[in-house]
Design a protein around this ligand. Structure first.
Ligand SMILES: C[S@@+](CC[C@H](N)C(=O)[O-])C[C@H]1O[C@@H](n2cnc3c(N)ncnc32)[C@H](O)[C@@H]1O
Length: 341
Protein backbone atom coordinates (compact mmCIF):
# COMPACT_ATOMS: atom_id res chain seq x y z
CA UNK A 1 0.00 0.00 0.00
CA UNK A 2 1.34 3.49 -0.81
CA UNK A 3 2.28 5.59 2.23
CA UNK A 4 0.26 8.76 2.97
CA UNK A 5 3.27 10.99 2.23
CA UNK A 6 3.97 9.51 -1.23
CA UNK A 7 3.34 12.00 -4.12
CA UNK A 8 1.04 10.93 -6.98
CA UNK A 9 3.04 9.72 -10.00
CA UNK A 10 3.27 12.36 -12.77
CA UNK A 11 1.73 11.59 -16.14
CA UNK A 12 4.63 11.15 -18.58
CA UNK A 13 4.87 14.13 -20.97
CA UNK A 14 4.02 13.36 -24.61
CA UNK A 15 7.26 13.16 -26.57
CA UNK A 16 7.36 14.12 -30.24
CA UNK A 17 10.29 14.13 -32.65
CA UNK A 18 10.51 17.89 -32.08
CA UNK A 19 10.47 17.78 -28.24
CA UNK A 20 12.66 14.68 -27.96
CA UNK A 21 15.82 16.64 -28.59
CA UNK A 22 14.83 19.43 -26.19
CA UNK A 23 13.99 16.99 -23.38
CA UNK A 24 17.24 15.13 -23.91
CA UNK A 25 19.19 18.42 -23.85
CA UNK A 26 17.47 19.58 -20.62
CA UNK A 27 18.19 16.25 -18.93
CA UNK A 28 21.81 16.31 -20.11
CA UNK A 29 22.23 19.90 -18.89
CA UNK A 30 20.77 19.06 -15.44
CA UNK A 31 23.01 15.98 -15.16
CA UNK A 32 26.01 18.03 -16.29
CA UNK A 33 25.30 20.76 -13.70
CA UNK A 34 25.30 18.10 -10.96
CA UNK A 35 28.53 16.45 -12.14
CA UNK A 36 30.27 19.71 -13.15
CA UNK A 37 30.87 18.37 -16.70
CA UNK A 38 29.95 20.28 -19.89
CA UNK A 39 26.74 18.94 -21.51
CA UNK A 40 27.22 16.71 -24.52
CA UNK A 41 26.44 18.69 -27.68
CA UNK A 42 24.06 17.42 -30.31
CA UNK A 43 25.83 16.93 -33.65
CA UNK A 44 25.35 19.88 -36.04
CA UNK A 45 23.02 19.24 -38.99
CA UNK A 46 25.27 19.74 -42.00
CA UNK A 47 23.90 19.42 -45.52
CA UNK A 48 27.07 20.46 -47.37
CA UNK A 49 30.16 18.84 -45.85
CA UNK A 50 31.58 16.75 -43.00
CA UNK A 51 33.14 19.64 -41.07
CA UNK A 52 32.43 20.68 -37.50
CA UNK A 53 30.95 24.12 -36.87
CA UNK A 54 34.37 25.49 -35.85
CA UNK A 55 36.01 24.09 -39.01
CA UNK A 56 33.22 25.58 -41.12
CA UNK A 57 33.62 29.00 -39.45
CA UNK A 58 37.39 28.96 -40.13
CA UNK A 59 36.76 28.52 -43.85
CA UNK A 60 34.48 31.58 -44.07
CA UNK A 61 37.34 34.03 -43.51
CA UNK A 62 37.73 36.06 -46.72
CA UNK A 63 41.49 36.13 -46.10
CA UNK A 64 42.98 32.68 -46.68
CA UNK A 65 46.65 32.45 -45.92
CA UNK A 66 48.31 29.05 -46.25
CA UNK A 67 51.80 27.64 -45.80
CA UNK A 68 51.61 24.45 -47.83
CA UNK A 69 55.07 23.03 -48.46
CA UNK A 70 55.96 21.33 -51.74
CA UNK A 71 54.50 17.83 -51.75
CA UNK A 72 56.00 14.54 -52.95
CA UNK A 73 54.66 15.02 -56.50
CA UNK A 74 55.93 18.59 -56.89
CA UNK A 75 58.99 17.62 -58.95
CA UNK A 76 56.70 16.07 -61.60
CA UNK A 77 53.95 18.71 -61.48
CA UNK A 78 56.23 21.74 -61.67
CA UNK A 79 56.69 21.17 -65.44
CA UNK A 80 53.28 22.82 -65.72
CA UNK A 81 54.07 26.21 -64.21
CA UNK A 82 50.57 27.12 -63.00
CA UNK A 83 49.75 24.09 -60.87
CA UNK A 84 48.06 24.40 -57.48
CA UNK A 85 49.03 22.67 -54.21
CA UNK A 86 46.85 19.54 -53.79
CA UNK A 87 46.42 20.52 -50.12
CA UNK A 88 44.70 23.80 -51.10
CA UNK A 89 42.38 21.91 -53.43
CA UNK A 90 41.72 19.31 -50.70
CA UNK A 91 40.67 22.07 -48.27
CA UNK A 92 38.26 23.57 -50.81
CA UNK A 93 36.87 20.16 -51.72
CA UNK A 94 36.37 19.29 -48.05
CA UNK A 95 34.28 22.43 -47.64
CA UNK A 96 32.12 22.05 -50.74
CA UNK A 97 31.46 18.29 -50.64
CA UNK A 98 30.96 15.32 -48.34
CA UNK A 99 33.16 12.21 -48.36
CA UNK A 100 32.45 10.00 -51.39
CA UNK A 101 30.87 12.81 -53.46
CA UNK A 102 32.02 13.77 -56.99
CA UNK A 103 34.10 16.75 -58.05
CA UNK A 104 34.75 18.06 -61.58
CA UNK A 105 37.68 20.24 -62.68
CA UNK A 106 37.26 21.39 -66.33
CA UNK A 107 40.77 22.96 -66.40
CA UNK A 108 42.67 20.16 -64.69
CA UNK A 109 46.30 20.87 -65.65
CA UNK A 110 48.49 18.24 -63.95
CA UNK A 111 45.66 17.32 -61.61
CA UNK A 112 45.95 19.47 -58.45
CA UNK A 113 42.18 19.17 -57.91
CA UNK A 114 42.13 15.43 -58.62
CA UNK A 115 44.96 14.87 -56.14
CA UNK A 116 43.14 17.01 -53.55
CA UNK A 117 39.99 14.94 -54.14
CA UNK A 118 41.92 11.68 -53.68
CA UNK A 119 43.42 12.96 -50.41
CA UNK A 120 39.92 13.91 -49.19
CA UNK A 121 38.31 10.60 -50.25
CA UNK A 122 36.16 12.16 -52.99
CA UNK A 123 35.67 10.93 -56.57
CA UNK A 124 36.89 13.20 -59.34
CA UNK A 125 36.96 13.87 -63.07
CA UNK A 126 39.27 16.39 -64.73
CA UNK A 127 39.40 17.76 -68.27
CA UNK A 128 42.60 19.15 -69.77
CA UNK A 129 43.09 20.44 -73.32
CA UNK A 130 46.87 19.80 -73.39
CA UNK A 131 47.64 16.03 -73.44
CA UNK A 132 51.10 16.61 -71.92
CA UNK A 133 49.48 17.32 -68.55
CA UNK A 134 47.30 14.22 -68.64
CA UNK A 135 50.50 12.13 -68.97
CA UNK A 136 52.05 13.80 -65.90
CA UNK A 137 48.93 13.04 -63.87
CA UNK A 138 48.88 9.42 -65.03
CA UNK A 139 52.55 9.03 -64.01
CA UNK A 140 51.62 10.34 -60.55
CA UNK A 141 48.76 7.82 -60.37
CA UNK A 142 51.20 4.98 -61.16
CA UNK A 143 54.03 6.10 -58.88
CA UNK A 144 52.20 7.42 -55.79
CA UNK A 145 49.58 6.34 -53.29
CA UNK A 146 47.57 7.97 -50.49
CA UNK A 147 48.32 6.81 -46.94
CA UNK A 148 46.00 6.67 -43.93
CA UNK A 149 46.79 10.26 -42.96
CA UNK A 150 45.73 11.47 -46.43
CA UNK A 151 49.36 12.18 -47.44
CA UNK A 152 50.61 11.43 -50.97
CA UNK A 153 53.51 8.96 -50.67
CA UNK A 154 55.69 7.03 -53.17
CA UNK A 155 54.09 3.73 -54.21
CA UNK A 156 55.77 0.55 -52.89
CA UNK A 157 58.18 -0.97 -55.40
CA UNK A 158 59.09 2.35 -57.03
CA UNK A 159 62.54 3.95 -56.94
CA UNK A 160 60.99 6.84 -55.00
CA UNK A 161 59.74 4.43 -52.30
CA UNK A 162 63.20 2.83 -52.12
CA UNK A 163 64.77 6.27 -51.63
CA UNK A 164 62.21 7.11 -48.94
CA UNK A 165 63.03 3.88 -47.11
CA UNK A 166 66.81 4.57 -47.28
CA UNK A 167 66.45 8.01 -45.69
CA UNK A 168 66.63 8.22 -41.92
CA UNK A 169 63.99 10.97 -41.74
CA UNK A 170 60.93 11.38 -43.96
CA UNK A 171 60.94 14.50 -46.13
CA UNK A 172 58.27 16.23 -48.20
CA UNK A 173 59.84 14.70 -51.30
CA UNK A 174 60.06 11.21 -49.80
CA UNK A 175 57.46 10.93 -47.01
CA UNK A 176 57.25 7.56 -45.26
CA UNK A 177 53.77 6.01 -45.51
CA UNK A 178 51.54 5.53 -42.47
CA UNK A 179 49.08 2.62 -42.41
CA UNK A 180 47.28 1.18 -45.41
CA UNK A 181 47.76 2.71 -48.83
CA UNK A 182 45.06 3.43 -51.39
CA UNK A 183 45.42 4.30 -55.08
CA UNK A 184 45.05 7.84 -56.41
CA UNK A 185 41.71 7.57 -58.14
CA UNK A 186 40.27 10.11 -60.54
CA UNK A 187 40.01 10.28 -64.30
CA UNK A 188 41.68 12.98 -66.35
CA UNK A 189 40.11 13.34 -69.82
CA UNK A 190 41.80 15.23 -72.63
CA UNK A 191 40.11 17.71 -74.96
CA UNK A 192 38.41 21.06 -74.62
CA UNK A 193 36.18 21.28 -71.56
CA UNK A 194 33.27 22.60 -73.63
CA UNK A 195 33.21 19.37 -75.69
CA UNK A 196 34.02 16.91 -72.92
CA UNK A 197 31.58 18.40 -70.37
CA UNK A 198 28.79 18.00 -72.96
CA UNK A 199 29.36 14.20 -72.79
CA UNK A 200 28.74 13.99 -69.03
CA UNK A 201 25.27 13.37 -67.50
CA UNK A 202 23.12 16.10 -65.88
CA UNK A 203 23.49 16.63 -62.13
CA UNK A 204 26.35 14.12 -61.84
CA UNK A 205 28.70 16.30 -59.73
CA UNK A 206 28.49 17.78 -56.24
CA UNK A 207 31.06 20.53 -56.89
CA UNK A 208 32.88 22.05 -59.84
CA UNK A 209 36.22 23.39 -58.64
CA UNK A 210 38.67 24.81 -61.15
CA UNK A 211 41.55 27.06 -62.01
CA UNK A 212 41.16 28.32 -65.62
CA UNK A 213 43.77 30.27 -67.59
CA UNK A 214 44.18 33.78 -66.18
CA UNK A 215 42.70 35.60 -69.18
CA UNK A 216 44.44 36.09 -72.52
CA UNK A 217 47.43 37.82 -74.05
CA UNK A 218 50.18 36.51 -71.83
CA UNK A 219 52.93 37.99 -73.97
CA UNK A 220 55.09 40.63 -72.25
CA UNK A 221 53.66 44.14 -72.69
CA UNK A 222 54.84 47.44 -71.23
CA UNK A 223 56.90 46.14 -68.35
CA UNK A 224 59.16 43.36 -69.50
CA UNK A 225 57.47 41.03 -67.03
CA UNK A 226 53.88 41.22 -65.85
CA UNK A 227 53.07 41.47 -62.14
CA UNK A 228 51.55 38.01 -62.19
CA UNK A 229 52.90 34.78 -63.64
CA UNK A 230 52.58 34.20 -67.37
CA UNK A 231 51.63 31.06 -69.27
CA UNK A 232 51.65 30.92 -73.05
CA UNK A 233 48.90 28.64 -74.43
CA UNK A 234 50.26 26.02 -76.83
CA UNK A 235 47.22 23.97 -77.84
CA UNK A 236 44.20 24.85 -80.02
CA UNK A 237 41.04 25.30 -77.94
CA UNK A 238 42.94 26.72 -74.96
CA UNK A 239 40.79 29.50 -73.44
CA UNK A 240 44.03 31.41 -72.86
CA UNK A 241 44.39 31.76 -76.64
CA UNK A 242 41.04 33.58 -77.10
CA UNK A 243 41.50 36.73 -79.24
CA UNK A 244 40.33 39.23 -76.59
CA UNK A 245 39.42 39.37 -72.90
CA UNK A 246 35.73 39.70 -73.89
CA UNK A 247 35.98 36.51 -75.96
CA UNK A 248 37.61 34.83 -72.92
CA UNK A 249 34.70 35.91 -70.65
CA UNK A 250 32.24 34.48 -73.21
CA UNK A 251 34.06 31.13 -73.14
CA UNK A 252 34.01 31.15 -69.33
CA UNK A 253 30.24 31.90 -69.44
CA UNK A 254 29.73 28.94 -71.82
CA UNK A 255 31.71 26.70 -69.46
CA UNK A 256 29.49 28.00 -66.62
CA UNK A 257 26.39 26.86 -68.54
CA UNK A 258 27.77 23.33 -68.68
CA UNK A 259 28.84 23.48 -65.03
CA UNK A 260 25.28 24.45 -64.11
CA UNK A 261 23.89 21.45 -65.98
CA UNK A 262 26.37 19.05 -64.42
CA UNK A 263 25.95 20.26 -60.84
CA UNK A 264 23.40 18.93 -58.38
CA UNK A 265 20.88 21.61 -57.26
CA UNK A 266 22.19 24.38 -54.97
CA UNK A 267 25.78 23.15 -55.26
CA UNK A 268 28.87 25.26 -55.86
CA UNK A 269 31.12 26.34 -58.70
CA UNK A 270 34.46 27.53 -57.28
CA UNK A 271 36.96 29.32 -59.53
CA UNK A 272 40.53 30.11 -58.54
CA UNK A 273 41.82 32.98 -60.60
CA UNK A 274 44.48 35.66 -60.31
CA UNK A 275 44.05 39.33 -61.20
CA UNK A 276 46.23 40.91 -63.90
CA UNK A 277 48.10 44.15 -64.53
CA UNK A 278 48.55 44.79 -68.22
CA UNK A 279 49.42 47.83 -70.34
CA UNK A 280 49.36 50.09 -67.27
CA UNK A 281 45.89 48.95 -66.11
CA UNK A 282 44.72 46.63 -63.36
CA UNK A 283 42.27 43.94 -64.51
CA UNK A 284 40.17 42.53 -61.65
CA UNK A 285 39.87 39.20 -63.41
CA UNK A 286 38.22 37.46 -60.47
CA UNK A 287 35.33 39.95 -60.55
CA UNK A 288 35.09 39.93 -64.37
CA UNK A 289 34.87 36.13 -64.37
CA UNK A 290 32.26 36.22 -61.59
CA UNK A 291 30.21 38.71 -63.67
CA UNK A 292 30.47 36.43 -66.73
CA UNK A 293 29.28 33.44 -64.69
CA UNK A 294 26.38 35.35 -63.11
CA UNK A 295 25.23 36.75 -66.49
CA UNK A 296 22.78 33.94 -67.26
CA UNK A 297 21.16 33.98 -63.82
CA UNK A 298 22.22 30.36 -63.30
CA UNK A 299 24.64 31.18 -60.47
CA UNK A 300 24.70 33.57 -57.53
CA UNK A 301 28.04 35.01 -56.43
CA UNK A 302 28.39 34.12 -52.74
CA UNK A 303 31.83 35.52 -52.01
CA UNK A 304 35.47 35.91 -52.93
CA UNK A 305 38.28 34.66 -50.70
CA UNK A 306 41.71 36.16 -51.16
CA UNK A 307 44.25 33.35 -51.11
CA UNK A 308 47.99 33.51 -50.70
CA UNK A 309 50.36 30.59 -50.13
CA UNK A 310 53.24 32.10 -48.17
CA UNK A 311 55.63 29.23 -48.89
CA UNK A 312 55.62 29.84 -52.64
CA UNK A 313 55.51 33.66 -52.60
CA UNK A 314 58.14 35.18 -54.83
CA UNK A 315 59.98 38.33 -53.71
CA UNK A 316 58.41 41.70 -54.52
CA UNK A 317 59.69 43.23 -57.77
CA UNK A 318 60.58 46.94 -57.99
CA UNK A 319 58.05 47.95 -60.65
CA UNK A 320 58.11 51.72 -61.47
CA UNK A 321 59.41 52.76 -58.05
CA UNK A 322 59.44 56.56 -57.74
CA UNK A 323 57.25 56.89 -60.81
CA UNK A 324 53.84 55.18 -60.53
CA UNK A 325 51.95 52.68 -58.42
CA UNK A 326 52.18 49.21 -59.88
CA UNK A 327 50.92 46.31 -57.76
CA UNK A 328 52.88 43.18 -57.00
CA UNK A 329 50.01 40.72 -57.29
CA UNK A 330 50.70 38.12 -54.63
CA UNK A 331 47.15 36.81 -54.10
CA UNK A 332 44.66 34.75 -56.04
CA UNK A 333 40.88 34.97 -55.87
CA UNK A 334 38.72 32.05 -54.84
CA UNK A 335 35.43 33.01 -56.51
CA UNK A 336 32.53 31.12 -54.94
CA UNK A 337 29.26 30.80 -56.88
CA UNK A 338 26.23 28.72 -56.02
CA UNK A 339 23.68 27.21 -58.39
CA UNK A 340 20.70 29.55 -58.14
CA UNK A 341 18.21 26.65 -58.00
C1 LIG B 1 45.87 27.46 -64.42
S1 LIG B 1 46.02 25.96 -65.23
C2 LIG B 1 45.30 24.76 -64.12
C3 LIG B 1 46.33 24.09 -63.25
C4 LIG B 1 45.76 23.02 -62.37
N1 LIG B 1 44.92 23.57 -61.35
C5 LIG B 1 46.87 22.17 -61.73
O1 LIG B 1 46.95 22.10 -60.50
O2 LIG B 1 47.67 21.62 -62.47
C6 LIG B 1 44.79 26.06 -66.48
C7 LIG B 1 44.74 24.85 -67.38
O3 LIG B 1 43.60 24.95 -68.21
C8 LIG B 1 43.91 24.30 -69.42
N2 LIG B 1 42.92 24.71 -70.42
C9 LIG B 1 42.84 25.87 -71.12
N3 LIG B 1 41.77 25.87 -71.93
C10 LIG B 1 41.16 24.69 -71.75
C11 LIG B 1 39.98 24.09 -72.30
N4 LIG B 1 39.26 24.69 -73.24
N5 LIG B 1 39.60 22.87 -71.85
C12 LIG B 1 40.33 22.21 -70.91
N6 LIG B 1 41.47 22.72 -70.38
C13 LIG B 1 41.87 23.94 -70.77
C14 LIG B 1 45.34 24.74 -69.70
O4 LIG B 1 46.00 23.88 -70.61
C15 LIG B 1 45.94 24.71 -68.29
O5 LIG B 1 46.58 23.49 -68.05
Amino acid sequence: MPSKTAKPAKRPAKTTARTAGKTATKTATRAATKTGKAPAKRPMRNRLNDLTGAQWLFQTNTLWETTYPQDATHALRKAHGAMKPPEAMRDLIEFFTKRGERVLDPFAGVGGTLLGAAMAGRQSVGIEVDPRWQKVFQTIQREFRIDETGTIVPAPGTERAAKAARRRKPSTTFPLPTGELRPIEGELLTGSCLHRMAELPDGSFHAVICDPPYGVDHGATGFSRETNFSMEPEVAGDFGAAPTFDAFYDLIAACGEEAYRLLAPKRYLVVLIGDRYRNGRFIPLGIRVADALERSGRFVLKGVRIWTNRTTLRPLRPYAIGSAFVPNITHQNVVILRRAD
